[in-house]
Design a protein around this ligand. Structure first.
Ligand code: FAD
Length: 313
């Protein structure tokens, strides 16, 4: 134990027996045996190489905004990605380490009148988390503004083109291939400052209007492609047909589940796809609500709800 602790100190600041709830936006999660805060990109890959060769189990955490962690905690090494280098490159590109917050990328783009990242305003979390989950909003996403991703896999670091990353709606190959995103280069375009600002203000207004103020992990379930709808399309609001997506929040609300409560967790009254922690909720409280929503929506609409949030057991 002491040997491992001393080894981990070579890669960053180490905390022991630390409650993970404080590192997630859901504010749920028990203690971790070790948490290593890594601020240098080169050390991230080296740490994973070390852990793999030493046979130590690990879990990667960054902004903690897409996670539902177990109440019992994690009996493994938690690697916290805190790398923070961000810079403007020639040809309207932005380089960002995996630990850089999305807000910083959006801010640098605005500062340099670059268009393409407006949708990212208000999206929490890190660049690495956004690449892994192909984060997006307002019909746009990470995939379509990426030029290159640098990632660690099987003890090696290499560059991945967007085509190699296997991006789909809120997903990528990084969800299954055990690779760690180390950094990304975004390809943006020179734009009009006034238009960029207006778009950001509009998006921010749309976001904040319905977002609850309690801890959550954002949208709990993925939204659904229009072809999943088995009834008459006339029953859907025209906006859904235009956007070719059926919002899960709407489906859950149609089942009368807004406000549905288990323990300290509930389905938000303002947004059916937000499961909130209003009073020391446990992972079990949230999972019970998740199953209830899945069952009710399936029974009423024949649609299977797939979690967008990463559920760790
Ligand atoms: C209020 C709120 C609003 C939100 N709105 C949106 C939205 O509009 N659109 C959207 O897409 N998402 C949204 N989200 C979800 C969340 O912001 C995104 O999923 C975000 O990209 C997660 O990044 P993170 O750094 O917080 O990842 P974490 O939650 O720390 O991790 C999520 C997963 O990614 C893995 N991971 C983290 N870093 C790396 C890395 N460098 N390499 C490989 N794997 C890694 C972790 O192991 C974990 O499995 C919202 C969340 C909240 C709380």
């Amino acid at each position: 134990m002491n040997g491992l602790y001393n080894e981990l100190k070579n890669f960053g600041q180490v905390k022991t027996n630390i409650l993970l709830a404080k590192f997630t936006t859901f504010k749920i999660g028990g203690p971790a045996k070790f948490l290593v805060e890594v601020t240098e990109s080169e050390k991230l890959g080296k740490l994973l190489t070390y852990l793999t060769s030493a046979g130590e189990d690990y879990f990667v955490l960054a902004g903690g905004s897409n996670l539902l962690l177990p109440d019992a905690g994690l009996d493994k090494v938690v690697v916290q990605v805190k790398t923070n280098k961000i810079e403007l490159l020639p040809d309207n590109q932005i380089f960002a380490d995996a630990g850089v917050q999305m807000a910083a990328v959006v801010g640098l783009a605005l500062k340099n009148n670059l268009t393409g990242m407006e949708w990212g305003i208000g999206v929490p979390g890190s660049v690495g988390g956004a690449v892994r989950g192909n984060a997006g909003a307002m019909g746009q996403d990470t995939w379509h503004v990426l030029k290159l991703v640098r990632a660690w896999q099987n003890n090696e670091t290499r560059d991945w083109t967007p085509d190699e990353c296997g991006f789909t709606y809120r997903s990528s190959a990084f969800k299954t291939n055990e690779a760690l995103v180390l950094s990304a280069i975004y390809q943006l375009q020179l734009g009009d400052r006034a238009q960029i600002t207006t778009a950001m203000q509009t998006y921010l207004k749309q976001r904040t209007g319905r977002y609850p103020s309690f801890p959550s992990a954002g949208s709990f379930f993925k939204n659904n492609d229009l072809d999943k709808w088995q009834k008459d399309l006339k029953e859907l609001p025209p906006l859904f047909i235009e956007r070719k997506k059926i919002p899960t929040g709407w489906l859950i609300e149609q089942c009368g589940l807004a406000g549905y409560t288990v323990g300290g967790a509930k389905i938000s009254d303002e947004h059916g796809n937000f499961l909130i922690n209003f009073d020391n909720a446990t992972q079990t409280d949230v999972l019970t609500i998740m199953e209830k929503a899945q069952t009710e929506v399936y029974n009423k609409f024949g649609i299977n709800l797939e979690p967008e949030v990463e559920i760790v057991s």
